[in-house]
Design a protein around this ligand. Structure first.
Ligand code: NAP
Length: 305
């Protein structure tokens, strides 16, 4: 398959179209604002006059727009739905597991094969050997378009037939990223308050990240196995560490909201009796919430610190 249509030429969509052009594909493009399609025509793409024309031009239609409502605004019209029959639609717009399920149902109703994907990289990082892209949906459909999707990123990962998998794993990954980011900015505040270069802190973070990634993979295996016997990191270490970060923030007079949140969580795990288990036992709090949630978590931790 060396013919494809790309719908949506925002920061990400335009890069997808360019990667296909670079690989010698015949690329048809459409974008709500016509000027972006015209600009790509200058690089060898065919700028379709309408969405229907764009869909009819290729057996593979890739869409990457702002969100799923935008996708529906573009595709959920009788003429476009009729044109989608028999084609493969690959959705690379970021969305939720529910968005993915509803889109698949809608696409199948109109006779299209459907894959749902999540791009885990910035536009400038696309097309590299390790660019991470998650995809889920029917295996035969994935196999048909795999060589094309690989042009977008060598780190393409197929997550199976359940259509919501890519969106679910994207959300799970983002949750990890934002949790880390909050810890990172508090760490940056410690560094600057203590009079050290934040860039030095950034360099240390980069150095420890591969090992931390391996540690988290181990903790994931612990959670999956259900055996929380101490294997690498007893929870007591984390209880003490988060208390120390919180106490230091308060002594220094820097903002304590982030460490207070972490510390109260570990205190709840301790109260629930998980202190002498592997750190990953924290997930049991999320599962059953049996440890009482303090009304004002920061104050509750202050009382225990
Ligand atoms: P963007 O630059 O803001 O472009 C948005 C695109 O959606 C444009 O083509 C825009 O058309 C179109 N659009 C928005 N609302 C529309 C509507 N109601 N009807 C029709 N078209 C509409 O966004 P982007 O960075 O390309 O991101 C696209 C998707 O990729 C998002 O889901 C994003 O989460 C995901 N993604 C982006 C990045 C990133 O770093 N950029 C990374 C990973 C994933 P106009 O040009 O006419 O406005």
């Amino acid at each position: 398959m060396n013919t494809a249509t790309v719908i949506g030429l925002g920061n990400m969509g335009v890069v997808l179209a360019r990667l296909l052009l670079r690989a010698g594909y015949r690329v048809t493009v459409w974008n709500r604002s016509r000027d972006k399609a015209d600009a790509l025509a200058g690089e060898g793409a065919v700028a379709a006059a309408s969405v229907v024309e764009a869909v009819k031009a290729s057996p593979l239609v890739i869409i990457c727009v702002y969100d799923y409502p935008a996708t529906q605004a573009i595709l959920a019209r009788p003429d476009v739905e009729a044109a989608l029959g028999g084609r493969i639609l690959v959705q690379l717009t970021t969305g939720s597991p529910r968005d993915a399920r509803e889109s698949e149902t809608w696409a199948h109703r109109h006779g299209a094969s459907y894959l749902d994907g999540a791009i885990q990289a910035a536009p400038a990082q696309m097309g590299l050997p390790d660019t991470a892209i998650l995809v889920s949906g029917a295996k035969t459909t994935f196999e048909t378009v795999e060589p094309t999707l690989k042009l977008f990123g060598g780190g393409l990962t197929y997550l199976g037939e359940a259509i919501s998998a890519a969106a679910a794993m994207d959300l799970a990954t983002l949750s990890y990223v934002y949790g880390t980011f909050f810890g990172f900015v508090h760490g940056a505040r410690i560094a600057e308050h203590e009079g050290f270069g934040v860039e030095q802190f950034g360099a240390i973070v980069e150095k420890i990240s591969p090992a931390f990634g391996a540690f988290l993979k181990h903790e994931a295996n612990v959670i999956q196995s259900g055996d929380f016997t101490i294997s690498q990191s007893p929870m007591t270490i984390s209880i003490e560490a988060t208390d120390r970060i919180l106490a230091t923030a308060r002594e220094s007079g820097i903002d304590d909201e982030i460490p207070a949140f972490f510390a109260q969580f570990f205190q709840r795990a301790k109260a629930a009796g998980y202190a002498n288990e592997e750190a990953a036992a924290l997930i049991k709090l999320l599962r059953n919430g049996k440890a009482p949630r303090p009304a004002h978590s920061a104050k509750a931790v202050a009382a225990t610190a």
